[in-house]
Design a protein around this ligand. Sequence first.
Ligand code: AWU
Length: 480
Amino acid sequence: MSLATATFDPPHLLVYPFSSSGHLIPLLDLTEGLISRGLSVTVLVTPPNLHLLQPLLSRHPTTTMDALVVPAPEPVSSPKHRLIHRLRAMREHHSPAILRWFASRRNPPVAIISDFFLGWTLHLARQLGIPRIVFSPSAAFALSVDFSLWRDLPKNEHPQQDDEYAVTLSDLPNSPSYPWWQLWYFYRLFVGGDPVLEFHREGVLANLDSWGVVFNSFAEIERPYMDYMEKRVFRKGRVWAVGPLLPPPADGGSTTAVAERGGSSSIPAEDVVSWLDARGDHSVVYVCFGSRMVLSRKETAALAEALETSGVHFIWCVREDGGNSGRAVAEEDSGAAVPEWFEDRTAGRGLVIKGWAPQVLVLQHRAVGSFVTHCGWNSVLEGLAAGVVMLTWPMGADQYSDAKLLVDQLGVAIRAHEREDRVPNPAELAQILVRSVDGSIPERARARELREAAVTAFSRGGSSDKDLDALVEALTNLKS
Ligand code: AWU
């Protein structure tokens, strides 16, 4: 092409999220940041999630933001290996579509950024002759634990003592130790001899072999684990911490982008805000366990009793569907609704949202003082960015590591509950709820400090802002 007709094509990226909310939402926020720095991005999405791209597609011309819509794999029946079969189906259905799409591009992608569940995309990227970058919607600490386990494969020497037998990962900063039952279910299945999990281990090892990793996190809370990743897994300059990834600030007071993030609120967002406006500063406890986790009937009853007897003001977001949380909750005990007496007895000081809450909007409200959370990493970051005291109630996956980071290493949270095989004691839980909105506890001052650190990290010139610039520069250099 002659210079006269040469048109400058910005570096083009293929972004490939895993389709659950906790993974998709932050990667779309990252996409916004990449486009705002001059890159062109195509996001691979299946029809059920296309609506989540609409705000991005409406804000940017198709020359900088486009969607590659591919069929959603058939739903999988077997609950035990549902996620593995879904990941396999994604590879089977989406690889050919990506290869065809790539061949048809005048300005093909210079790299693929894909979710850490999609380790197989490393082999696809190699077929296309471009690098693959891992996107981690989880903490660097949690991913370091994951990498250490799947690389070194520690065994459970005393399987009959799952509760007592502890695994210490001495190659990691702070040498974290976990009772066997807290290790991710997939890992325990694989070590127990389940051959289906070999697919997942291959994916993790592919992550370890990829060109670099982008974390939805920030250096001030995870520096030791970023350094570990640079020294022991990737290489210097290939680990980027660009979080906390949050929706664009409410422009001109409109809260739509924040209120609609990840889905529409089951109660109009303006009604939730009005309810909060009538409460005192830091007086409200917000309770929500993410987009997938579902409490058992006994856990729901214990939490309801604690909220009622504590006397605190609260917002409780209750998952209505049975969820497919992967939790080992007995069938007859899952998908619990709020007890019938509850809303009457707490009328005037409690708001129950059945379905989806405008979480970021709620957390950022001055009236919210504490947050009962399952420690999903997006919720953790949103809680830190809002400066609230967190009450940890981890339930699986990376959540035990997130709770350990918050309570033991950062001192910004209080353990509310941790055992899967026991139900919280309502009286003890009620005391923790009351304490969490007491302005004199040390965790509140710490929450304020880390909110400032989160805001600084993401602001112009902050550590995350600089890492995002460095990532864009590294991608741009791939094009030259
Ligand atoms: P979050 O990460 O908090 O939790 P999950 O949905 O469980 O997703 C991984 O995401 C975690 O590290 C895993 O442990 C796993 C997974 N939300 C909302 O706006 N309203 C609601 O009613 C419920 C949720 C939003 C919330 C957050 C996201 C949930 C990375 O937990 O604000 O952004 O949905 O993600």
